[in-house]
Design a protein around this ligand. Structure first.
Ligand SMILES: Cc1cc2nc3c(=O)[nH]c(=O)nc-3n(C[C@H](O)[C@H](O)[C@H](O)COP(=O)(O)OP(=O)(O)OC[C@H]3O[C@@H](n4cnc5c(N)ncnc54)[C@H](O)[C@@H]3O)c2cc1C
Length: 491
């Protein structure tokens, strides 16, 4: 599947030319500049490192002349790399409007697609404003906002692209630069918010509203978790999340081995007698510690079973965005040659919690390597299909990240977790579009409602009749598979 990694991941990579040709070292350095080291063996014929919408237009015209497909990269955080298309053209947006501007009159920020979470956070700190960007410092804005955006404190106000994005500038397949908003090119604005890797244009700028900043607080609880305590711990944690007010809270659950970040362990193997820990990172955004304690107070009372598994309980304390980033940096961008796969579902809110937990148990507890981990969060996103392609309810986002460093584990390493998530189809409403795997359909499920997909396909056909952007076909494949299984009552 993968080739030898040539260079470390660099969020500010520079290249000697705007067009890099297959077979050259600069091309290969750019092709492999992704957070996961297992870059697939797919080779676009050219990479266009665009700086302006006119450059994007030129790249799309070249692809049309050659009759090849186009992929777009803002930061490469989709590990299976849908943007690498064999024989196609890759548009790398790293230099495209890579600055963040703030208009104090409208309160809006305007930024390019490769602006990273950490760049947005630094600018917002300077201007004392808040905008719900992603949680991990190196994620790019392009893919995050096209997918939806489970941004900071998503529970109360919805996905970032639902409630915070006012306007998008993009280059459409015929090479024109257009604005999409609720009053201009509404169909494009609808389609761009929730179609993620299936979108059929190149976003060059976003405009998002901001609010005055407040303070972040965190409460941390850590437990030992195993097959026996799993049900009691997980249901307690999720129910306490459901008891917690939505506005201003960000509730995260991880399961991993404590040796994950221990530098004395260097192999992928799970430590002998390794014990899994479940950690709750409970964040809230409010002006005073008294309010924070109230917001996170649902976790005060532990049942005897939960108490028995408790390892650490930290009181509510001040937390800065930078502190959270430094924790996340240990996961990615840590200058190692880590390789990653993410599998995920969003639960069907109509399925009882006990049944959900039973079905996903192998995906939560059978981690294949020392550095693999579970990440779950309360999203509480209520979609409005009239407004955006983002159309599946997101109650809990449930994911497992398989991590490894030894390339010899490939390709066998990919399949076990796909199989565990495939098993979870009956309790899932679908998946977050960013985790759709273009290399293998096995664990793929629906990424929007069937009616939203039908509308998306009509809009796509209008704007991209020559199919410059091919990845939407994976949506159709996954939807047809799930509908077939549902018709045969196999789900
Ligand atoms: C460590 C980590 C933490 C994460 N944290 C969060 C989180 O807190 N919340 C959340 O919602 N998600 C999170 N994600 C998921 C992340 O938002 C998605 O993977 C997202 O797609 C990344 O976008 P990108 O532009 O950075 O990646 P890329 O891989 O560059 O882009 C993904 C896809 O988006 C499309 N695309 C990108 N840029 C453009 C553009 N300018 N124009 C048109 N199409 C474009 C392309 O089809 C591309 O294949 C996280 C992922 C990782 C790996």
């Amino acid at each position: 599947m993968s080739t030898t990694q040539l260079a470390r991941y660099n969020t500010r990579a520079e290249y000697p030319a705007k067009v890099l040709i297959r077979g050259t070292p600069e091309y290969e350095r750019c092709r492999q500049n992704n957070p996961s080291a297992d870059t697939p063996s797919r080779f676009p014929q050219e990479i266009h490192v665009v700086k302006t919408p006119a450059d994007v237009s030129g790249a799309l015209k070249k692809a049309t002349e050659l009759g090849v497909h186009v992929g777009v990269r803002s930061s490469g955080h989709i590990f299976n790399l849908p943007n690498l298309i064999e024989g196609g053209i890759l548009i790398d947006t790293t230099n495209l409007n890579r600055q963040i501007e703030y208009d104090p009159i409208s309160g809006e920020i305007c930024f390019g697609p490769a602006c990273r979470v950490e760049e947005l956070a630094a600018k917002l700190k300077d201007i004392n404003r808040f905008f719900p960007h992603g949680h991990a410092p190196t994620v790019g804005s392009g893919g995050f906002l096209l997918a939806g955006g489970q941004g900071w404190f998503v529970r109360g106000w919805g996905a970032t692209n639902q409630t915070w994005i006012n306007k998008i500038e993009m280059v459409v397949p015929d090479g024109r630069t257009v604005i999409a908003s609720r009053t201009e090119n509404r169909d494009l604005f609808w389609a761009a918010r929730g179609s993620g890797l299936g979108f059929f244009g190149v976003v060059t700028r976003f405009w998002g509203r901001t609010i005055k900043s407040s303070l972040m607080w965190e409460r941390i609880l850590k437990f030992e978790i195993n097959s026996d305590s799993y049900m009691a711990l997980m249901s307690w944690a999720i129910e306490r999340g459901r008891d917690t007010p939505k506005y201003g809270t960000d509730l995260n659950l991880t399961i991993d081995y404590p040796e994950k970040y221990d530098p004395s362990y260097t192999t992928d193997t799970i430590p002998l007698n390794g014990k899994l820990h479940m950690t709750l990172n409970l964040l809230c955004y409010t002006d005073t510690i008294r309010e924070a304690r109230t917001l996170l107070g649902a976790y005060d009372k532990l049942t005897p079973e939960v108490q028995a598994a408790l390892l650490e309980m930290h009181p509510v304390q001040r937390r800065t965005v930078e502190q959270v980033f430094s924790r996340k940096r240990r996961f990615l961008g840590n200058d190692k040659q880590d390789r990653w796969q993410i599998n995920s579902i969003m639960n069907d809110p109509d399925v009882p919690l006990e049944r959900l937990l039973e079905v996903i148990k192998p995906a939560m507890l059978e981690l294949p390597t020392r550095t693999s981990s579970v990440f779950m969060c309360h999203c509480d996103i209520v979609p409005d299909e009239e407004d955006a392609a983002l159309s599946l309810p997101q109650d809990l986002y449930i994911s497992t990240i398989t991590g490894w460093t030894d390339p010899k584990l490939e390709p066998a390493i990919y399949q076990p977790m796909r199989d565990r998530y495939k098993r979870a189809f009956p309790v899932a409403v679908g998946m977050y579009v960013t985790e759709l795997d273009v290399n293998c359909d096995d664990a793929n499920t629906k990424v929007m409602s069937d009616t939203a997909l039908a509308k998306f396909l009509e809009i796509r056909e209008k704007w991209d009749p020559n199919e410059l952007f091919p990845n939407y076909k994976k949506f159709i494949m996954a939807h047809e598979k799930i509908n077939r299984l549902q018709n045969k009552a196999q789900l």
